[in-house]
Write a protein that binds this ligand. Structure first.
Ligand SMILES: Cc1cc2nc3c(=O)[nH]c(=O)nc-3n(C[C@H](O)[C@H](O)[C@H](O)COP(=O)(O)OP(=O)(O)OC[C@H]3O[C@@H](n4cnc5c(N)ncnc54)[C@H](O)[C@@H]3O)c2cc1C
Length: 353
């Protein structure tokens, strides 16, 4: 495919050899997929001076992306309860990059709460997760007045942030356009069809080219109520999965998410009941909320649930972001660019061959 509006290429130190992609020039980069992984790749390659074009099979609403249904939590500390140290390392670096690129990102922290019957699980979470402080009823009420009197104790993860995927993707796409990066919507392409260095960010749609990649279903409910205000994600300790309520604009809340080893994309009655019960347990006002949407999407995951930047003679594939796409995409893009430009190779993330 042709490369409209590609900025002047930089002649200098770009070593095609360094990515084992012998036949293309890294002066031109084609990113396939405008989800969170592809968008950050495009942003970072453009910042590095490469001419970038993005191809997206869907339209600007991005409803085909897994990210359309994501919570958008940037929560490296909460996730450290169950995730590998690599996720925390990349996540912490990503927080800096989010701050730099979108200074308006709300860094309000996250709260973790539990009801008395789940006390043991709460203590386990507190033991395993880093980066929190224990707070009592007065501090909970100061942070979230509508939760006053509802929980005796909480964990406050001060350093965490959250974004609304349905707002942040268009904002980042606009940033790309302002930087001269064209985004071709309605363009379903394969890596072999594009010009220059192909960066494959198709998520679960790249399964055939990514051995071992699987989809892990996550279900969510979006509700609307003016009866309760929250300023930050609230996670409720739950015996089966971490459930959370994330505030959105216009009195909306995303309640998520299940984690199910299934590639079926429907929302089951059982999951819907559990999600809504969790919200009700955070605050009974959710009982009167209006249901706006149910949805499910497949998180792209490798068997070890870790992300990969895989370099081959066909190009580069960035995939397996699993439940951490918004958290990890900036740091993965930084690692990809550093490798391609020959500056540094992060051996924990970049796999050549
Ligand atoms: C319920 C749920 C909650 C989540 N919550 C969080 C959270 O709070 N925080 C967090 O960090 N992560 C969260 N995640 C995970 C996150 O959504 C994923 O890790 C992330 O969306 C993966 O990003 P991606 O860009 O790799 O894939 P996608 O988001 O799926 O984007 C891939 C894009 O490629 C496009 N595409 C596919 N094939 C082609 C083609 N041939 N040509 C052109 N374009 C193509 C698709 O249309 C799509 O837009 C959640 C996920 C789920 C399901």
């Amino acid at each position: 495919m042709s490369q409209p509006n590609a900025p002047e290429s930089r002649p200098q130190s770009v070593s095609v050899q360094s990515v084992s992609v012998q036949s293309v020039s890294v002066q031109s980069v084609s990113v396939i997929g405008a989800g969170i992984a592809g968008t950050w790749q495009a942003l970072m390659f453009a910042k590095a001076g490469c001419g970038v074009t993005v191809y997206e099979r869907g339209d600007q609403a991005m409803t085909l992306a897994t990210g359309h249904w994501a919570g958008g939590m940037l929560a490296p500390y909460c996730e450290s309860e169950a995730a590998e140290p690599l996720i925390t390392r990349l996540g912490l670096r990503s927080l800096d990059l989010w701050r730099e690129e979108l200074p308006g990102t709300p860094f309000n922290g996250s709260l973790v709460v539990a009801h008395a019957r789940d006390r043991a699980d709460f203590e386990r979470f507190a033991r395993l997760a880093r980066g929190h402080e224990r707070i009592g009823p007065d501090e909970i009420a100061a942070l979230e007045p509508d939760l006053a009197g509802r929980f005796g104790e909480a964990l406050f993860f001060r350093g965490e942030a959250h974004v609304d995927p349905r707002r942040v993707l268009p904002a980042l796409h606009e940033k790309l356009r302002s930087a001269g990066v064209p985004i071709e919507f309605g363009a379903a392409v394969a890596p072999r069809e594009v010009d220059g260095l192909a960066i494959d960010c198709r998520g679960i749609a790249a399964r055939e080219d990514c051995p071992g990649l699987r989809g892990v279903k996550g279900e969510v409910v979006v509700v609307e109520t003016a009866e309760i205000k929250l300023s930050r994600p609230v996670r409720l300790i739950h015996p089966r999965w971490p459930l959370y309520v994330v505030p959105r604009e216009a009195n909306r809340f995303l309640i998520g998410a299940t984690t199910i080893e299934s590639e079926d994309r429907s929302v089951t009655v059982r999951s819907a009941l559990e999600l809504m019960t969790a919200a009700y347990a955070v605050h009974p006002a959710f009982g009167e909320a209006r249901i706006v949407e149910f949805g499910a999407a497949l998180r792209p995951a490798f068997p070890d649930n870790l992300p990969r930047v895989a370099v081959s003679n066909r190009g580069i594939s960035v995939n397996g972001l699993y439940r951490h796409g918004f958290l990890l995409a900036p740091a993965l893009a930084e690692a990809t660019v550093a490798h391609v430009l020959g500056a540094r190779t992060d051996g924990e993330v970049v796999r050549c061959g």
